[in-house]
Design a protein around this ligand. Structure first.
Ligand code: PRX
Length: 581
């Protein structure tokens, strides 16, 4: 019997109190995610249980118990407090998936600061934009990545402290601090910050169509959504060994690679080495992984490597598989059923929602290609594209929308109240964020299109904007375009997603060159590397098309929609408003 049991019954009887019951948490108890994921598990007598099984490149392997997690997160909490970090300060975590990432995440929350995880493959410009926006006070990084921090530090006056948590202490500069939590004395007691449900916890940057990335702010109350979905959707149980393949630089890696599973006291494993099919299968085999949460791009990459290689490994420990981040194609669901004897269960959610919203549940019939049904307690619909009224007819395409008020919903876009407001329909202009979260007739609009069939299953159609989803990671075209025009040869640029067999989409750039520059393969490579280094490998265009002019509106705005339609072989639409082409 699965944890959720009957989906229909759970919908009928739903209350978020069930999350508190599962954790045996009583009103008046401390509500701090850092403590809930470590101290609390130890207090319940499970301190000796492995919390983190970590493997890196080569043969590097370490196992940490919940007691270790408690002591090392205390170590970070104490260290940051001694440095003068205040509750509410933003502390960035900028490192690979090493154990200190996990310890420091919980440590930051324990001392009341806001954890701001950033993907370690980000280049200096991606880093700078996000640190400047958040007014980040301290950054925790490693010798491997500190160079990028050094490059931008003098332009970030609010960034007071740079801490190197792994690497060579002798190469740390005078204006930086070295802190190896495992080398120091164990910190057995730390007075955890008395956070409440609305105390900010995590700040995740996410890309939109226009402007630079926005910081979605979450609060400690999110844990109820993350814990309950981890229990009912991932079906996590006490004896599981769980593997979430996501990097905590992205929301999946924190909501389900840290908070959900550890709040339930589940053993999880982390693989900090690049993707290869054989390494992944060996990791599952050696660690006897039972529950696996991954992404369609990874599944397609495994599929591409064929069925033969699967047979070289003993993957019989697996009992439940789930996926997130992009449309999970029906072939992938069917393939996994054939080779693993288990179907991947698709889940849909976003950085902003903080936890799963539309899912396939253990025990419920999977319709391959469908994202499933709303999580119990979540009111979801699709809204008419024009009128924003909920659509009644099955199969009609509209905007996916959710009724505000679920526990893990984002509370603001960092310092961007107007953009936050713009994500809600039915909101009076003067509505305060509090009303936006709880207000009666409002809908939070996700920015995705879908239809609902007669059985209530949701079917993803596509995004309602120009954001590029490459391998489950959102990349903002504006950020890429801004970086492109900083290249000496480029006059104007447009970035769009182009279809890709494995990654769903990859970035394609259309550029016009400045006088004196000629298109060449060499220039193309140079531009690609320029973006890879400044932004990230994800944002790097896989193709660059040189054009004499870019399509524009009469007011001079480049029309990405047109270029994107060309790439996807779609109707180009009404071009009468364009001044060129
Ligand atoms: O477009 C949807 C797509 O990823 C977006 C959210 O991205 P992000 O905030 O980075 O969070 C990713 C992981 C939670 C969505 O707006 N997306 C996410 N899950 C699915 C999906 N598209 C189709 N099917 C999914 N299951």
């Amino acid at each position: 019997m699965s944890n959720i049991g009957s989906y229909e019954k759970r919908v009928e009887d739903f209350s978020w109190d069930t999350a508190r019951e599962i954790l045996n948490w009583k009103e008046g108890e401390l509500l701090n995610i850092g403590a809930i994921c470590s101290d609390r598990i130890c207090r319940m007598g499970r301190g000796d249980k492995p919390a983190l099984i970590w493997e890196g490149f080569g043969d590097r392997r370490s196992v940490y118990t919940f007691e270790d997690l408690r002591a090392y997160s205390n170590g970070f909490a104490r260290f940051l407090k001694d440095l003068g970090i205040q509750p509410g300060d933003r502390v960035c975590i900028f490192m690979d998936k090493i154990p200190s990432l996990y310890f420091s995440f919980l440590g930051i929350l324990k001392m009341g600061a806001i954890a701001q995880p950033l993907f370690s493959a980000f280049g200096d410009e991606s880093l700078e934009v996000r640190l400047a926006s958040a007014g980040t006070k301290a950054i925790l990084t490693t010798s491997k990545h500190v160079k990028k921090v050094r490059k931008v530090r003098e332009r970030l006056p609010e960034l007071k402290t740079v801490v190197v948590v792994e690497g060579n202490p002798d190469r740390v500069r005078e204006d930086e601090v070295f802190f190896d939590v495992e080398a120091g004395p164990r910190v057995d007691t730390f007075e955890v910050y008395p956070s409440g449900p609305e105390t900010p916890s995590v700040l995740h940057y996410t890309s939109g169509t226009t402007g630079q990335p926005k910081g979605a702010l979450h609060v400690h109350n999110s844990v109820w959504g993350q814990a309950l979905t981890a229990s009912w959707v991932l079906d996590l149980r006490d004896d599981d060994v769980y593997w979430c393949t996501a990097d905590p630089g992205w929301v999946t890696g924190t909501s389900y690679g840290i908070i959900g599973p550890w709040s339930l006291g589940i053993t999880q494993c982390v693989l900090d080495s690049g993707f290869t099919t054989s390494r992944w299968y060996r990791f599952i085999q050696d660690n006897r992984v039972t529950v696996w949460y991954s992404a369609p791009t990874a599944i397609r990459a495994l599929m591409k490597d064929g069925d033969e290689v699967v047979r070289n490994y003993d993957l019989s420990s697996l009992r439940h598989l789930a996926s997130v981040g992009e449309p999970l194609n029906p072939e992938a669901v069917i393939w996994s059923g054939e080779v693993f004897g288990l179907k991947f269960h698709d889940t849909f959610w976003q950085t902003e929602t903080g936890a799963m919203m539309i899912c396939n549940y253990p025990g419920m019939e999977i319709k391959p290609g469908s994202m499933g049904k709303p999580f119990p307690g979540i009111e979801a619909t699709v809204l008419d594209l024009a009128t924003h009224e909920p659509l009644q007819d099955p199969g009609k395409v509209g905007l996916i929308a959710f009724r505000p008020g679920w526990p893990s919903m984002f509370r603001e876009y960092w310092k961007k109240p107007d953009v936050y407001r713009s994500k809600f329909v039915g909101a009076p202009d003067d509505a305060m964020p509090e009303e936006l979260r709880t207000g009666g007739d409002l809908w939070y609009v996700s920015g995705d299109r879908a239809s609902i069939d007669a059985d209530g299953y949701f079917w993803f159609v596509g995004r309602d904007d120009d954001v590029i989803n490459t391998g489950g990671h959102l990349v903002g075209p504006f950020e890429i375009e801004s970086a492109l025009v900083e290249h000496e040869a480029i006059a104007e640029a447009a970035a769009v997603g182009k279809p890709d067999e494995v990654n769903m989409e990859v970035v394609k750039a259309f550029v016009t060159l400045k006088p004196g520059y000629e298109p060449s393969d060499e220039l193309e490579l140079d531009i690609m590397n320029f973006i890879r280094k400044r932004l990230s490998p994800l944002a790097m265009p896989q193709e660059i098309e040189y054009r004499d002019r870019l399509p524009k509106t009469r007011s001079g705005k480049i029309v990405r929609r047109y270029l994107k339609a060309l790439e996807w072989g779609e109707e180009v639409g009404d071009l009468s408003t364009l001044s060129d082409e």
